[in-house]
Design a protein around this ligand. Structure first.
Ligand SMILES: NC(=O)c1ccc[n+]([C@@H]2O[C@H](COP(=O)([O-])OP(=O)(O)OC[C@H]3O[C@@H](n4cnc5c(N)ncnc54)[C@H](O)[C@@H]3O)[C@@H](O)[C@H]2O)c1
Ligand SMILES: CC(C)[C@H](C(=O)O)[C@@H](O)C(=O)O
Ligand SMILES: [Mg+2]
Length: 406
């Protein structure tokens, strides 16, 4: 396992805006092989999805493309159906063709899926089921969700300035196990003849070990603190989780490991978020806590994510959903998707300089005062999704972006 980790981007996962840079990044071996003939060139599968997904992916694609070309990287894009739009066109939320294209590419950028129209579909015909199938199909078990409060956005946080300022958390969420995938699940009838619905939270020791190892490695490249979040006072799956994580700690003596129950963690995140560095947790707790952490940073529209496995392409997506309430109105904040594109370059392709260009362009655009509605505060300039994208595009080649590389 340790050897396998070294041959993959997992070894390099240590995203922190403050500490970004300098880390040796190994691109996918296949990607490196493919690009040996020409300059560096990669195949990217775009899955715009539903709602605001196509709006934010269109903007992020342009930024990704420009940052790549400025660094001598050719990115070839192919767009595939996914989620509700795939259901409408093909009858399934993840067509075989989409999964095959994703598997065969060097990295995948997803917008978001879902919407009112499909909310009452049967489970196998839900857009969300397609997303779970995609994550499982790509075997991307480690989901990194960085929540950092940028100085420009302290005022957008719902927390007091002194609480939010300087927060820099990495949530490492297990993504292909737990209650999302456990069996048995379904609907039934109890002894009273009443209808029931049930799911199973189940983790094997090896599933826990592999995500915990990733988290220890991530913590090692950050501030050396790892908090494992569980519900070991009640749930057997969490009891095993805590035992395995504790046992692994002896391999990482330099990491300060702590454990916290998830209900307390939810409370501590808004009481004193600065106490956290790296958090490792299961699939469902990670889903919930990362949405909560996103609000500390100002908006869910700011949080990117990277999902990676032991081999194969990574999946990069904002943590937010399809936001049907604002879809089609050019109101969505594209920065989470743009920052996901930066994670794609760094962790998916090993193109650190292009990633830094994008991150610098985002901070520069915020410095210039441009804000979408979700992060707006008085004195700043309110813009829509497209305009925000244009402003970021203009700064990908700015002096600040170039300085970020050198
Ligand atoms: N990865 C995904 O594709 C994903 C993630 C979460 C939810 N979903 C799906 O999305 C649909 C809507 O779910 P939801 O409403 O619970 O969550 P959501 O994240 O779509 O929206 C929650 C709130 O945040 C706002 N918001 C989200 N992203 C934003 C952005 N980029 N800019 C500005 N505001 C933003 C929305 O307007 C809404 O008020 C559901 O079908 C759900 O299953 C998909
Ligand atoms: C849409 C849903 C399946 C998904 C999840 O629960 O993982 C979403 O909430 C997310 O955070 O990516
Ligand atoms: Mg979620």
């Amino acid at each position: 396992m340790a050897a396998a980790l070294q041959a993959t981007p997992l070894k390099t996962l240590a995203f922190s805006r403050r500490r970004a840079g300098g880390a040796a990044v190994r691109p996918r071996q296949m990607a490196a092989f493919r690009c040996s003939a020409a300059a560096r060139s990669y195949n990217i599968t775009l899955l715009p999805g539903d709602g605001i997904g196509p709006e934010v992916v269109a903007v992020a694609k342009d930024v990704l493309s420009l940052a790549g070309s400025l660094e001598g990287v050719e990115l070839r894009f192919q767009e595939k159906l996914m989620g509700g739009s795939a259901l409408d066109a093909t009858g399934v939320p993840l067509p075989d063709e989409t999964l095959a294209a994703a598997r065969d590419s060097d990295a995948v950028l997803l917008g978001a899926i879902g919407g009112y129209k499909w909310d009452n579909n049967e489970k196998h015909l839900k857009p969300e089921t397609g997303l779970l199938q995609l994550r499982a199909g790509l075997r991307v078990f480690a989901n990194l969700r960085p929540a950092s409060v940028l100085p420009q956005l302290v005022d957008a946080s719902t927390l007091k300035k002194e609480v939010a300022e300087g927060v820099d958390i990495m949530v490492v969420r297990e993504l292909t196990g737990g209650i999302y995938f456990g069996k048995p699940r379904g609907f039934g009838t109890n002894d009273n003849g009443e209808e029931t619905g049930f799911n199973t939270e189940v983790y094997s020791a090896s599933e826990i070990d592999r995500i915990a190892r990733v988290a220890f490695e991530v913590a090692r490249k950050r501030r050396g603190k790892l908090c494992s979040v569980d519900k070991a006072n009640v749930l057997e799956a969490s009891m095993l989780w805590r035992r395995r994580v504790t046992a692994l700690a002896s391999e990482f003596p330099d990491i300060e490991l702590s454990h916290m129950y998830v209900d307390n963690a939810a409370m501590q995140l808004v009481r004193n978020p600065k106490q956290f560095d790296t958090i490792v947790t299961n699939n469902i707790f990670g889903d919930i806590l990362s949405d909560e952490a996103s609000m500390i940073t100002g908006s869910i529209g700011m949080l990117p994510s990277a999902s990676v496995g032991e081999s194969g392409p990574g999946l990069f997506e904002p943590i937010h959903g399809s936001a049907p309430d604002i879809a089609g109105q050019d109101k969505a904040n594209p920065l989470a998707t743009i920052l996901s594109a930066a994670m794609l370059l760094r962790y998916g392709l090993g193109e650190e300089n292009a990633a830094k260009r994008i991150e610098a362009a985002v901070t520069e655009t915020l410095d210039q005062g441009f804000r979408t509605g979700d992060i707006y505060s008085p004195g700043t300039t309110l813009v829509g999704c497209k305009r925000m994208g244009e402003e970021v595009l203009k700064t990908v080649d700015s002096q600040k972006a170039v300085a970020a590389i050198n």
